[in-house]
Design a protein around this ligand. Structure first.
Ligand code: UD1
Length: 380
C-alpha cells in the first residue's frame, strides 16, 4: 500500500484534490491510501470546509490552522507544521497542487525530509516573477520528484528549464475531470439566484489587482462600461481580500450594474458559468472552467499561464485597461468556444495515480522504488 499525504490550503486546491480523492476511492483503493493535511491558509467556511462537504472530500486528518499573514510568516508556519507531521508519521509521498504558499511549504518540507513530492499542475508559467504564485510554482517544480503537467505548453516550459524528461508526465487537467463530472448536476445542487437576462460572471482577487486602488478602480470602470454597452448585469462573488480592499479604499460598488454575493460553492460556480454569457476574471482556474463550460473569458491580467485558451480565440487579455476590457467584452459577447483536446480527456486523476504507482515499482509496494533515471515517461 502506498501512503500519500495530500497537502491543501486554498480554495482551488480543495477542488483539484477532489478529483484525486475520488479516483483513489473508486479505482485505486487497494493500492493507495490518502491522508489530507489542510494548512488552514483559507479558513472561512465558504472558502474552505464547505468544499469538503460539497465535493465529498475526506475531512483533513491534520489542520494546521495557519490563517492569514505575510507571505514569509504564513509559509514559515506551514513549513514547521508540515515537517512535524512528516517526522511523526510515515508517508511514501506528498501530493501538492498548483502555486499557493501551501504548495511551496508542502514541497519544501517534504523535499527536506526526503519524501518524494508529486506536483499536480506543474510547468505553468506566467513569466512574471512579481506574482507570488510564479515564485511558488517555479520553486515547487524544482523540488518535485514527478511533475504532472496538464498541457503541452507546461511540458515545454519544463523542458526549457532542463528537467529530465522522465520526471515530466503530461496528464491532462484534473479540473476538467471535475467539470465533466459535476456540470450535468450542478444546477440541481446550486442555491444561487442568477440575474435575469444575459449576464457577465466576474471575479477579482489577485493581489496586484486588489491592492492597487488605481487598478481596482480601472477594472471596475471597464466592467461597468462593458455591462452598460452590452445591456448585461454582472454577477460578482467577492473574495474576502477584495471585500477588505474595497473597504480600505472607500470604494462603493455600483449596485445598479453589479450583483455581489459572498464566495460561491463549487457547484454554484459551475451553475453561474453554465448560464452566463461571458466571464471576466483574474483567476487562473476560472479561465479554464469557463473554457470547459464553453464560455468566453476577458482576462483581467497582463498575461496568462493558460495560453491555449487565448490561442483558441476563447480568451482575450485586457489587463486593467477600461477600453481594452470593453473592446474584449464586445468582441467575445456572442461567441461560444469549443473545447479542444489540449487539456486531456477528463481522466487526469486516473493517469496521475497510475504513474505514482509505477514510480513505486509495482502495484501496492511502496518499498520497491525505481532508481533515478528509471522513471516512466509521459502517458497521455
Ligand atoms: C491564495 C493564493 C492564490 C489563489 C487564491 C484562491 C497564494 C500566494 N495565493 O490567494 O494563488 O488563487 O488563494 O483564493 O497562496 N481571507 C479571509 N478568509 C479566508 C481566506 C483569506 O478572510 O478564508 C483573507 C485574509 O485577510 C487574507 C486574504 O484574504 O489575508 C488573502 O488570503 P491569502 O490566502 O493570503 O491569499 P489569496 O488572495 O486567497
Amino acid at each position: 500500500m502506498i501512503h500519500l499525504l495530500t497537502i491543501v490550503g486554498a480554495r482551488p486546491q480543495f477542488i483539484k484534490a477532489a478529483a484525486i480523492s475520488h479516483a483513489i476511492r473508486e479505482e485505486f483503493a487497494d493500492s493507495i491510501s490518502e491522508d489530507i493535511l489542510h494548512t488552514g491558509q483559507h479558513y472561512d467556511r465558504n472558502m474552505s470546509d464547505g468544499f469538503f462537504d460539497e465535493l465529498d472530500i475526506p475531512h483533513p486528518r491534520y489542520n494546521l490552522g495557519v490563517g492569514s499573514g505575510t507571505h514569509g510568516a504564513q509559509t514559515a508556519a506551514m513549513l514547521r507544521g508540515i515537517e512535524e507531521v512528516l517526522l511523526s508519521a510515515h508517508y511514501d509521498g506528498v501530493v501538492v497542487y498548483g502555486d499557493t504558499n501551501s504548495t511551496l511549504a508542502g514541497a519544501l518540507a517534504a523535499a527536506k525530509v526526503g519524501v518524494p513530492v508529486f506536483h499536480i499542475e506543474a510547468g505553468l508559467r506566467s513569466f512574471n516573477r512579481a506574482m507570488p504564485e510564479e515564485v511558488n510554482r517555479v520553486l515547487t517544480d524544482h523540488l518535485s520528484t514527478l511533475l504532472f503537467a496538464p498541457t503541452a505548453t507546461a511540458v515545454e516550459n519544463l523542458r526549457r528549464e532542463g528537467f529530465d524528461e522522465g520526471m515530466v508526465i503530461r496528464c491532462g487537467d484534473v479540473m476538467l475531470d471535475n467539470v465533466s463530472h459535476y456540470l450535468p448536476c450542478c444546477e440541481r445542487y446550486s442555491s444561487l439566484t442568477l440575474p435575469e437576462g444575459p449576464f457577465i460572471f466576474a471575479t477579482l482577487h489577485r493581489d496586484f489587482n486588489t491592492d492597487s486602488r488605481e487598478r481596482l478602480e480601472n477594472i471596475l470602470s471597464g466592467l461597468y462600461a462593458a455591462a452598460r454597452r452590452l445591456g448585461a448585469a454582472v454577477l460578482m462573488p467577492l473574495h474576502p481580500r477584495t471585500r477588505q480592499r474595497l473597504g480600505n479604499f472607500h470604494i462603493t460598488l455600483d449596485d445598479t450594474v453589479l450583483h455581489t454575493v459572498g464566495p460561491l460553492s463549487y457547484l454554484s460556480t459551475l451553475h453561474a458559468l453554465s448560464r452566463c454569457q461571458l466571464v471576466m476574471t483574474d483567476s487562473g482556474g476560472l479561465q479554464k472552467e469557463a473554457f470547459f463550460c464553453g464560455r468566453p473569458v476577458v482576462v483581467l491580467r497582463p498575461e496568462t499561464e493558460w495560453v491555449e485558451i487565448v490561442e483558441a480565440g476563447a480568451a482575450i487579455l485586457a489587463d486593467a485597461a477600461p477600453d481594452r476590457i470593453v473592446a474584449a467584452a464586445e468582441r467575445l459577447w456572442n461567441t461560444t468556444p469549443v473545447l479542444c483536446g489540449d487539456f486531456g480527456d477528463g481522466a487526469a486523476a486516473s493517469t496521475i495515480l497510475k504513474h505514482i504507482i509505477l514510480h513505486f515499482g509495482h502495484r501496492g509496494d511502496a518499498s520497491k522504488r525505481p532508481a533515478d533515471g528509471q522513471r516512466m515517461a509521459s502517458g497521455a
